[in-house]
Design a protein around this ligand. Structure first.
Ligand code: KG4
Ligand code: ZN
Length: 376
């Protein structure tokens, strides 16, 4: 509808420069430039390389999105940008660009949370989010169960990983198997031809006394790496397809089991799955199976909207405008560790403004090159 807010969203928290344009919950454009190929040979995202690539891609990607949507920048009702969490330098490029465009065009600026955006994007696929919604957020930097009664103002953490994120585990196992980076998509592909029951890998934090909604993937990662090393040491061939399928099954079994349990315990009849790992085909099918059995409606966006993109930022920005949330102030800063409980960074609230690069707020969003070893 023409009276719904027209919002442009900018995403630069990691290695994708994403610019999306939405009108309310309708997707008009989703332009992406990725620097993933530049990081592949390092086996992880190199922050400075990502920042530089964002700088080069920013303006052309914004222009491509406007053209794709067939709208003029003058018609926008607001500009939204990922303020955090993510890589500080990479976020800064997006925040600076958003400020420049918003200021020059005289539009309100909305600094929003990357994680809440991963949830809100589903409105572009399946319409307004039910309230409350249980969300399983699984990406390269985060694995959480979140309960939200309003995605613009209330996101409550139910549980989170106590060590590695799910995507990080995929990336690390792919590295041990020499499958390249990022690991998720390629393990997903190999797993389709493997036997998920070939090897029995551990399911972290699933004992009777373990926390019900927290995750742990570090023990699984070590178990898989040791299993592979033992095969190699014995001079045997590593069955890449079976290892991929069995590892993937261990991850998605725990994720779906805990998500369904959280829905049941909280009496929530909808589960949303978002973040890059939500693109995983086995996670999608097992979640569907288990949700159906439990009478829960599952909502997962199409894979392209699960991995980082600008449309998700625009979707959350449009929701902010629609609900009359305050715009951010011009001193909005990038916050590499913006808490998941802050869906956006409202203006004139200086208590929440963190210094960019403040070591106290530094946080490992993705595996950075040279950051410890595989067993850490
Ligand atoms: O949300 P995202 O694009 O970036 C972050 O915010 O981290 O997630 C990236 C992560 C990577 O770890 C990647 O390996 C994983 O999502 N991923 C997948 C799949 N596609 C991407 N993991 C499993 N299966 C996939 N098909
Ligand atoms: Zn993400």
């Amino acid at each position: 509808m023409a009276d719904e807010p027209l919002v442009l969203g900018i995403e630069t928290s990691c290695d994708e420069t994403g610019v999306g344009i939405v009108r309310g919950t309708t997707l008009l454009a989703d332009a992406i430039a990725s620097s993933v190929d530049e990081h592949a040979r390092f086996g992880g995202v190199v922050p400075e390389v990502a920042s530089r690539a964002h700088l080069e891609a920013m303006v052309p990607t914004i222009e491509r999105a406007l053209k794709e949507a067939g709208v003029s920048a003058r018609d926008l009702d607001g500009i939204a940008v990922t303020a955090g969490p993510g890589l500080a330098g990479a976020l800064l490029v997006g925040v600076s660009a958003a400020k420049a465009y918003a200021y020059a065009l005289g539009k309100p600026l909305y600094g929003v949370n990357h994680l809440a955006s991963h949830i809100c994007v589903d409105q572009l696929e399946h319409g307004a989010l039910p309230e409350p919604t249980m969300a399983l957020l699984v990406s390269g930097g985060h694995s959480s169960l979140l309960l939200s009664s309003d995605i613009t103002s209330d996101v409550r953490p139910m549980g989170a990983t106590i060590d590695d994120a799910a995507g990080e585990a995929f990336d690390k196992i792919a590295r041990v198997l020499n499958l390249g980076f990022p690991g998720g998509p390629v393990i997903d592909r190999y797993a389709k031809e493997g036997d998920p029951n070939a090897i029995s890998f551990p399911r972290g934090l699933t004992g009777p006394r373990d926390p019900a909604y927290d995750f742990s993937f570090s023990g699984l990662k070590t178990a898989v790496a040791r299993w592979i090393e033992a095969k190699r040491a014995a001079g045997e061939e590593v069955p890449v397809r079976d290892v991929s399928a069995s590892f993937q099954e261990a991850v998605v079994d725990v994720l779906t089991r805990k998500a369904v349990r959280a829905c049941k315990d909280e009496g929530v009849d909808h589960l949303m799955i978002g973040g890059g790992v939500a693109a995983n085909s086995r996670l999608r099918s097992l979640a569907q199976e288990r949700c159906e059995a439990a009478g829960i409606r599952l909502r997962v966006p199409r894979p392209k909207l699960c991995t980082d993109n600008g449309a998700m930022v625009a979707a959350l920005g449009a929701e902010m405008v629609a609900r009359g949330r305050p715009a951010s102030s011009w001193d909005l800063s990038a916050d590499s560790s913006l808490p998941v409980t802050d869906p956006h960074v409202p203006g004139h609230d200086h208590d929440h403004v963190h210094e960019v690069g403040d070591p106290a707020h530094h946080h490992d969003h993705v595996h950075e090159v040279g950051e410890g070893n595989l067993y850490s």
